[in-house]
Design a protein around this ligand. Structure first.
Ligand SMILES: NC(=O)c1ccc[n+]([C@@H]2O[C@H](COP(=O)([O-])OP(=O)(O)OC[C@H]3O[C@@H](n4cnc5c(N)ncnc54)[C@H](OP(=O)(O)O)[C@@H]3O)[C@@H](O)[C@H]2O)c1
Length: 262
């Protein structure tokens, strides 16, 4: 299916790994012109090269921390008028006892997971509205909808982001700017691989065994973790030409872990 977004300019913040990379891949297959940011140069260059080879898309890698003013200015100076904005970051650390979560960690996560996408939207959405075309997708977390102590640094900033995005989506819906959120469950991404490989080493098990333990403990109905490229396809779908009537939605793609009717 052709999503009708060939030639659209897309910024993907946090696109060198995981679901950000999956989104770059899906948008590249649709013929978008991509501007992809990440902090680590080597992984970013390798990811962009791999996707250019695979799709022939025009991709500009941008080494920048999208949560800093300097990084944001750099990204927007290279792509000042995007049609599409996709935002993500590395998952915030898992948390134990809520009393041990310090102010510094809160401030850091609020800056990366909430204020960065808010500042980007504030910078690019007015131009999208003027040009009568825009799509914004924030890749947040299912924990925004289903709170849990272990995701206390992840859910609350994204619950606020979803709230802000929905408020903003209503302001610009008439201008053909569609702003939505995707709320993932557990996926085989770079940071999850790091985490579960470390657990496997500590416990004398394997990555697959650790993942399976989590799947069973949290009773994930799909009986597995998700594939970040599959999620990227949903990001591209939310950016499609026909999304002009899609306003402020939050789609949980979580293998059923959320167990909600609506
Ligand atoms: N994976 C899961 O199971 C899972 C579950 C629920 C929710 N989520 C959410 O899904 C989103 C993506 O997670 P993921 O697992 O796909 O992440 P990932 O594999 O760790 O990839 C994160 C990407 O973002 C980049 N990044 C991180 N911070 C950045 C910053 N400040 N500036 C620029 N780039 C930055 C990383 O590159 P650099 O490090 O080089 O900057 C990398 O390209 C996150 O919001 C996460 O909370 C993930």
């Amino acid at each position: 299916m052709d999503l009708g977004i060939r030639g659209r300019k897309a910024i993907v913040n946090g696109g060198s790994a995981g679901m950000g990379k999956g989104s770059v891949r899906a948008l590249a297959h649709e013929g978008c012109e991509l501007y992809v940011s990440a902090r680590g140069e080597e992984r970013l260059m390798a990811a962009c090269e791999e996707i250019v080879k695979e799709t022939g898309a025009n991709i500009t890698p941008i080494v920048a921390d999208h949560s800093s003013d300097e990084g944001r200015e750099k990204i927007l100076s290279i792509c000042p008028e995007p049609d599409i904005l996709v935002g993500t970051c590395a998952p915030p650390p898992m948390t134990g006892d809520y009393r041990l979560v310090g102010d510094e960690e809160w401030e850091s996560m609020l800056s990366i997971a909430l204020m960065s996408p808010v500042r980007f939207m504030k910078a690019v959405v007015p131009g999208m509205a003027e040009r009568s075309w825009g799509r914004v997708v924030n890749i947040g977390t299912g924990a925004a909808k289903y709170p849990a102590q272990i995701r206390i640094l992840s859910g609350p900033p994204r619950a606020a982001l979803v709230n802000y995005s929905v408020a903003l989506s209503k302001v610009v819906a008439k201008d053909n700017v569609s702003i939505n959120n995707i709320l993932p469950g557990m996926y085989h991404t770079a940071s999850i691989e790091d985490r579960y490989n470390a657990l496997a080493e500590k416990n004398g098990t394997s990555y697959d065994e650790e993942v399976d333990k989590f799947v069973k403990e949290w009773r994930i109905p799909s009986d597995k973790f998700g594939n970040p490229d599959d999620l990227g396809s949903f990001v591209a779908m939310f950016c499609n030409e026909q999304a002009n009537f899609l306003v402020g939605q939050g789609l949980a793609i979580d293998g059923g872990i959320g167990n909600s009717t609506f």
